[in-house]
Ligand binder design. Structure first.
Ligand code: B4P
Length: 202
């Protein structure tokens, strides 16, 4: 099993890279942003509630995030795969702790947290560019995009220390081309896989 977290600020390329890594390593891709957007498209009252946070650049509160994920896992049994790539989750300490509990019950811990480093101006320009075609209301307004960065720094970045203390946190330059970043991520994953296999043989 290979369980990975892709970590980094909004617009750092987590979603872009997760789709490529999913195909290369036959992983299940879990993106809380995508799960929330699917709920919003269904026009449920829960979706309206999610939208009210996302449109303002705020995190969805943990209690609501857990409720949505619980119902998602209820409907989508985790099939057998080589592992899971988590994209945009966890984003707070309670989410990280809940994920650790969930995975340790399955005896399938996170092996590595790959963090994409991208400076704020680059992130803002990528997201504003995506906003021209994505139809995402959280991508259109620079004030909201900068608010998302502030929320990342205050609420999500502290998880770097949490995973560093577990010796799982690795930083990578996220500012190259999509292919360059993909190669760097793949190299780290290959190293992680080799280490896991040699530990299994002992
Ligand atoms: P997400 O859906 O996770 O979205 P994201 O942060 O915008 O993006 P990501 O890093 O995946 O960027 P992407 O690859 O698409 O979150 C949206 C919102 O949902 C959050 O603000 C929050 O409100 C809520 N939410 C989600 N999960 C939550 C949780 N666990 N708890 C609470 N709230 C939660 O890349 C962006 C753009 O850059 C794309 O256009 C891409 O083409 C481009 N790009 C990517 N890599 C590039 C590169 N190397 N060079 C140039 N451009 C690149």
């Amino acid at each position: 099993m290979l369980n990975i977290i892709l970590f980094g600020p909004p617009g750092s390329g987590k979603g872009t890279q997760a789709l490529k890594l999913k195909l290369k390593y036959a992983l299940i891709h879990i993106s809380t942003g995508d799960i929330f957007r699917a709920e919003i498209s269904s026009q449920s009252s829960l979706g309206q509630e999610l939208k009210s946070y996302m449109d303002h650049g705020q995190l969805v509160p943990d209690e609501l995030t857990f409720r949505v994920l619980k119902s998602y896992f209820g409907e989508n049994e985790l099939q057998k795969s080589q592992g899971i790539i988590f994209d945009g989750f966890p984003r707070t300490l309670p989410q990280a702790e809940a994920l650790d509990t969930f995975l340790s019950e399955r005896n399938e811990p996170i092996q590595v947290v790959l963090s994409l480093l991208v400076n704020e101006d680059e992130v803002v320009s990528r997201i504003m560019l995506r906003g021209q075609t994505s139809g995402r209301s959280d991508d259109n307004d620079e004030t909201i995009v900068r608010k998302r960065m502030q929320v990342y720094r205050e609420q999500t970045f502290p998880l770097a220390a949490y995973y560093t203390s577990q010796k799982k946190y690795v930083e990578l330059n996220g500012e190259g081309s999509i292919e360059e970043v993909f190669t760097a991520l793949s190299n780290h994953i290959d190293r992680t896989l080799a280490l896991t296999e040699s530990a299994d043989m002992v």
